[in-house]
Design a protein around this ligand. Structure first.
Ligand SMILES: NC(=O)c1ccc[n+]([C@@H]2O[C@H](COP(=O)([O-])OP(=O)(O)OC[C@H]3O[C@@H](n4cnc5c(N)ncnc54)[C@H](OP(=O)(O)O)[C@@H]3O)[C@@H](O)[C@H]2O)c1
Length: 225
């Protein structure tokens, strides 16, 4: 039975990802920031506050010896939604970077041995099209820059892990109707998850050169950096 670990799995896209993999018979390790965050029925719940280095280290300790085929860094925040630069506090920007840019890469590092022990060796990162320098829009300084930084950090990671044929994939989920995306989102979580899974589930150590370090939209098109 293949195993996947999903962060931020108690609601939104993370919950829908968990339900989708469970329905296909996967073992799902679902992390939530605290125990009050309910994960999908059938998933194994693990506590992880991605903004805490100690929490990431503890997760690595708990999972020692567990092979994990896909690690999906999904947890994220959009703390400056609707805020102008004048309204945006440095603390908010730094917190956004800690959660959206740094944590996913530190989690990948902490669980490197788990990935190495698996068959597929896939690192998936939920980024955003809002991190594209080419398709840059206005406002959302913290969120946009945090996702651009994530994209760059994942490219660095892909270089580091290239000898081990670990696929590092950046996925834009679309504009999804969740707490973050709002009711005005263009698609539901099921559509987003189906699209992203059709990309991520193809990745393995054989087709790693074609897929590694790509910035994908959920519909399979490649987003310009
Ligand atoms: N929705 C969209 O339209 C859209 C578009 C582009 C990209 N994305 C990206 O997709 C991912 C999921 O977004 P979503 O729409 O599902 O958002 P969501 O419904 O707001 O869910 C966010 C998830 O991240 C978790 N999280 C936030 N901070 C955390 C922390 N410090 N430690 C642990 N977990 C934490 C939340 O946990 P709590 O319940 O504890 O807060 C929650 O489970 C994010 O990376 C987001 O940037 C979303």
């Amino acid at each position: 039975m293949p195993t996947i670990l999903i962060t931020g799995a108690n609601r939104g896209i993370g919950l829908a990802l968990s339900q989708s993999y469970l329905a296909d018979g996967w073992r799902v390790l679902a992390t939530s920031r605290n125990s009050s965050g309910e994960v999908a029925s059938g998933a194994e719940q693990l506590l992880l506050d991605v903004s805490s280095e100690d929490s990431i280290t503890e997760l690595g300790r708990q999972l020692q010896g567990t092979a994990i085929d896909i690690i999906w860094n999904n947890a994220g925040v959009y703390l400056d939604k609707g805020q102008s630069l004048e309204q945006l506090k440095m603390h908010t920007w730094l917190q956004t970077f800690a959660i959206n840019s740094i944590a996913p890469v530190k989690i990948a590092q902490a669980l490197h041995a788990n990935l190495q022990a698996s068959q597929r060796k896939v690192l998936a990162f939920t980024t955003s099209k809002m991190g594209s320098l080419t398709e840059n829009g206005q406002q959302a300084f913290a969120y946009r820059s945090s996702k651009s930084a994530l994209n760059m950090a994942v490219r660095c990671l892909a270089h580091d892990y290239s000898k081990q044929k670990i696929s590092c994939l950046l996925l834009h989920p679309g504009h999804v109707r969740t707490a973050m995306g709002g009711a005005e989102g263009a698609i539901d979580t099921a559509t987003s998850v189906a699209g992203m899974r059709s990309i991520v589930d193809r990745a393995n150590t054989d087709n790693y050169p074609q897929m590694n370090s790509r910035y994908y939209d959920y519909d399979g098109t490649v987003i310009p950096w």
